[in-house]
Write a protein that binds this ligand. Sequence first.
Ligand SMILES: [Zn+2]
Length: 390
Amino acid sequence: MSFEQLIDWPADLLDRARQRLGAMANITEFMQNGISISTDYSGFNSPREAMHQLRAACKLHRDEVPEVRFTRACDNAKLPQQLLLWSAAHLDKNRSCVFDDIECALSEHAKNYLNALEPPLMDKAPSEEDIAAAHKAYTEMQLWLMRNRSWIFPNKPTGTCLVHRDCECPQPPNLGVGHDGPLRFNWAGTVCHAWSSAGAQLRYAHRSERTHAVWLTKRIVSLERDEEDGFFQECTWNYPVVEKLQYPTQGWCRTVWVKFGPDTLGFPSRRPRVMSFAMSRNKLVWLAPATPAEIQADFEEFFARAVVLDGDSYLAASQELVQNMYTARLAKRHHFNAHEDIACDNRRVLQHALCPGYCQTLKAYQEAYEARHCSLPRPAYIVDLEQSSE
Ligand SMILES: [Zn+2]
């Protein structure tokens, strides 16, 4: 990946879509009435940034720019709440809501019932009996929520919105949508501690199972009430997506998923995730490949990039920054050149900035580079002066 491809990634994706037969027409049709987004487990609300990038890329190519509206976010951590409140105030003119607890959508009676079922907090080395009891309690919660879903989610939330503290905002805010309205999606990065290989592997006995059950039941109720058209979900690689999402929602949704991480997309970071999309059977039709293996292969063909970057992706500092660095290094070695005399590519300055041994190593690297790669168009390369070029 070149530096230009790295910073133009959204535009690069749109270019790829243009090369696929019918893909841009499908994307345009999909987004023609805009998209309305709510998020749970919002964190720093990455769907907002993704949509911002997509819209910027559309503008660049004079494609139709989709209308995107954010209606609601929810997170119980204080730092994300600060960012979500800032976004609501400055990007949405306080027309979107921020809640601090997914359970604020539940009636008080339902919350009390879940509290009564809640197993005791487990210590760091729980017994098998404790784990089995917690698993049973959380399974019971999910079943109870599903059986009683028609009345446990009132039209007004029981918690207070952090943006509109003096009012109780409806969930979701009334958009006045009909069949020609925007597509309405929920985005959630559910808690991964239960499944993460770095954690204790409590899985179905982890306390986050309660919130997951509330979140998932709310999605089904929102589909039944025609308040949402589907949802996107993200979790760690080990999350059992068939059992936790596809199976419980199959009466309302078709669910598709892919497994990938930043390294699949060309970024040097290992964070394997499963990303799923559950789409309302009443509203959307899946036109892409059918089986999970085919979907995975198609996704990788479109999105995957090699984790290889040109050297100048790491050398994107401004001329001024480089000059400042040279000035400081030279001053350390008691060379006080005038700041403006220091040109970034001046070999003589570099020789003064380095100790003699490093200068000899650099010369050897330069000779080796010129001998092997002189035909490459990009002159930037990275060497380790503490290691010999041999
Ligand atoms: Zn509100």
